[in-house]
Structures are given as C-alpha cells and as structure tokens.
Design a protein. Structure first.
Length: 139
C-alpha cells in the first residue's frame, strides 16, 4: 500500500459522523508533531509504526458444531496493514489524555518505540494464535 492509501485508511477510521476533513486535520497534525518530537520524517514514522504494530497472523472465532473456537489464520500484507491501523486507532481511543490529537500523537510515539497499548494488543493476538495453534486444522 502507498502512503496515500494508508493515510486515507487512517482518516476513514478516525472519522466520526462524516467529518472527514476534521479527521484528516487531526491525523496530519498528530503525525507532524510526533515526527518532530522523534526527529524523523512523517513517512519514516508511518513505516516504523506499521512495521511494529501489524501482525502477520490473526486469531478469529469460528463456530464448529455447538462450540466456538479461536483459530489462527495467516493473513495477507494488506490485511495485516489494515489490522495494524485498526489497532492503532482503537488504542488511541482508549488512552486517557485530554484531547484526541495528543492521544493519537502519543500512540504513534509509543508504537514507534515498540511499546504502548497497540503493541500489547498485537502481542495478545500472537498469544491467542499460539495457544490455539492445535485447532488450525479447522481452517
């Protein structure tokens, strides 16, 4: 995916009530401030954050008979990037800073430094997949 497609996906996931221009301004200001704080370019920041956050596998729920199992699936690069973006946005929404711009900025910084809520969520996906890898034949 190109940088433009990634930013568009971020904007669409950040958007609430159809306010795309507001979401876009929020995203760009957060990226600019996070990149300035880390002394790197915005594109390097996005690449680094996605490299750290995007999972290569996903653990999905599948119903077999009466029982529901969590089954690990291998996912494509695009699915991986999309899941990573969703993890970052959800993690930013859960943070406790005052305004959303600072939440998103701190989530970018933490993800770039390989810590934070989104990294914990990625590790949780890996843990679930590892614990249930014996159920992979249900795929």
């Amino acid at each position: 995916m190109t940088k433009k497609e990634i930013l568009n996906k971020f904007t669409c996931l950040l958007m609430k009530s159809g306010k795309k221009s507001t979401a876009s301004k929020l995203l760009h200001s957060s990226l600019r401030e996070a990149a300035a704080k880390l002394s790197i370019s915005e594109s390097t920041l996005i690449r680094g954050v996605l490299k750290n956050v995007k999972p290569s596998i996903d653990a999905r729920r599948k119903k077999v008979g009466r029982f529901s199992y969590i089954i690990p699936y291998a996912i494509t690069e695009i699915q991986s990037i999309n899941l990573g973006i969703k993890l970052i946005v959800r993690s930013a929404r859960e943070r406790r800073e005052r305004d959303f711009s600072s939440r998103l900025r701190h989530e970018f910084i933490d993800s770039y430094q390989n810590k934070g809520i989104s990294i914990k969520k990625k590790n949780e996906i890996y843990r679930l997949a590892e614990a249930n890898k014996s159920l992979a034949f249900y795929r």
